[in-house]
Design a protein around this ligand. Structure first.
Ligand code: CDP
Length: 217
C-alpha cells in the first residue's frame, strides 16, 4: 500500500487484541490506533447529550463532531460505556462517518497497527497483514474482570461474563460490518498464550510476510 504498512488486528471483547496491537506497533515502529476508543468516545458523547442510542442519525451527528481530544476523555474504559459503544457501533450511519478517520490514520506514513472488529474486513480489506485474535469466553471474562478490579471498579464475575457475551452477540449479529474473521486473517488463540507469547507468534508472522527488517530487534 504505497510504502505505508497497515496491520489489522480484529477480535471479540477482551481477546488481547489491544495488548497485541500495542506491542506490534512498538516492535515495528508503526503507529497504533485502538478503534474501540473511537466508538467509546462517540458513546460517551451520546450519553452526555442525552441522545437515544437507538437513533442512528442522532448518533451519527455525534460521530461527525468527534475530535482526537475526545479519545482522551476519562472513563471511556468503563463497562457502561463499552456496552453503549456496541449499541452505537451497530448503526451503519455511525460506522460510515468513522471510516474516513480510521483510513486517514492508517495511511499516514509509516502506517499503523489498528485493532478493532472490522479493520481487516471493511476499513482496510487490503491490509498487509491481518490477525484475528480470540480466546474462550470465560478466559476473556476473567481477564476483563481482573482489569476492572485493578482499575478500582467493583465488578462481579457473573455480570462481566454476561455483559461480555451480550456485547459479543451484538457485535457479531449486527447487519452492518459485523465481527467476523477475514478470509486471509491469521488466527491467534490467546486462551493459553500470555501476552508475550502471543506477540512473539504475531511478530514471526510479520517477519515472514514483510521481511525481517520490518521488526525492530
Ligand atoms: O476492549 P474491548 O474489546 O472491550 O472493546 P473495544 O475494542 O474498546 O470496543 C468497544 C465496542 O466498540 C465493541 O464492543 C464494538 O461494538 C465497537 N467497535 C466496533 O464496532 N468496531 C471497531 N472497529 C471497534 C469497536
Amino acid at each position: 500500500m504505497d510504502g505505508v504498512i497497515v496491520i489489522a488486528v480484529d477480535g471479540p471483547v477482551a481477546a488481547g487484541k489491544g495488548t497485541l496491537a500495542r506491542e506490534l506497533a512498538a516492535r515495528t515502529g508503526l503507529r497504533h490506533l485502538d478503534s474501540g476508543m473511537i466508538y467509546r468516545a462517540v458513546a460517551a458523547l451520546v450519553l452526555e447529550a442525552g441522545d437515544d442510542s437507538g437513533d442512528g442519525r442522532a448518533c451519527r451527528r455525534r460521530a461527525e463532531r468527534l475530535v482526537v481530544a475526545d479519545l482522551e476523555r476519562p472513563g471511556l474504559r468503563d463497562q457502561k460505556i463499552g456496552s453503549m459503544a456496541s449499541r452505537v457501533a451497530a448503526h451503519r450511519d455511525v460506522r460510515e462517518a468513522l471510516v474516513g478517520f480510521q483510513r486517514r490514520f492508517g495511511r499516514t506514513p509509516p502506517g499503523a497497527v489498528i485493532d478493532g472488529r472490522d479493520i481487516g474486513t471493511v476499513v482496510f480489506p487490503d491490509a498487509d497483514v491481518k490477525f484475528f485474535v480470540t480466546a474462550h469466553v470465560r478466559a476473556r471474562a476473567a481477564r476483563r474482570h481482573r482489569e476492572l478490579v485493578s482499575m478500582g471498579e467493583t465488578a462481579d464475575f457473573g455480570n462481566v461474563l454476561q455483559e461480555l457475551s451480550e456485547r459479543d452477540r451484538r457485535d457479531s449479529e449486527r447487519a452492518w460490518a459485523p465481527l467476523r474473521k477475514a478470509d486471509d486473517a491469521v488466527v491467534i488463540d490467546t486462551t493459553k498464550l500470555d501476552a508475550a507469547a502471543a506477540a512473539e507468534k504475531a511478530l514471526d508472522i510479520v517477519r515472514h510476510r514483510l521481511g525481517a527488517a520490518s521488526v525492530l530487534s
